[in-house]
Design a protein around this ligand. Structure first.
Ligand code: FES
Length: 126
């Protein structure tokens, strides 16, 4: 029997994410929704706010493009900061030592889910 899914917290299906791969998402209502991105590595999925700790820019220029060509690190396209995928820590670049803001997600019944209400998260990360 399938668990009841809270559709308001569904980001996407796990099989919609390439492995390895990344994907942008916007969730929540109002003028300041939650803007984040997912990175998949095998069965693990990580999520971060799409805001670089260097100058506050979104990390991507093209949709769903958050990784280095070899998919080893997250890349900010603005000034080249690189971040560890599993921790969000900047390991190279102008904000070295600072971290992306992580968003808790889990995988339930094949869906990547926020663990909290998207509007609550949007307000937290505004
Ligand atoms: S805004 Fe990301 S490296 Fe400058």
């Amino acid at each position: 029997m399938n668990e009841q899914i809270d559709t308001l917290r569904v980001v996407c299906r796990l099989d919609e994410l390439a492995d390895p791969g990344s994907r942008a998402f916007t969730m929540g209502a109002g003028d300041w929704p939650l803007r984040g991105f997912l990175v998949r590595r095998g069965t693990r999925v990580f999520a971060y706010v799409n805001r670089c700790p260097h100058a506050g820019h979104p990390l991507n220029w093209r949709p769903d493009d958050f990784l280095m060509p070899d998919s080893s690190l997250i890349l900010c396209r603005s000034h080249g900061a690189r971040f560890d995928i599993s921790t969000g820590l900047c390991v190279l670049g102008p904000c070295s030592g600072k971290s992306l803001q992580s968003i808790d997600v889990d995988v339930q019944n094949g869906y990547v889910m926020l663990t909290r209400d998207p509007d609550e998260l949007a307000a937290r990360f505004a």
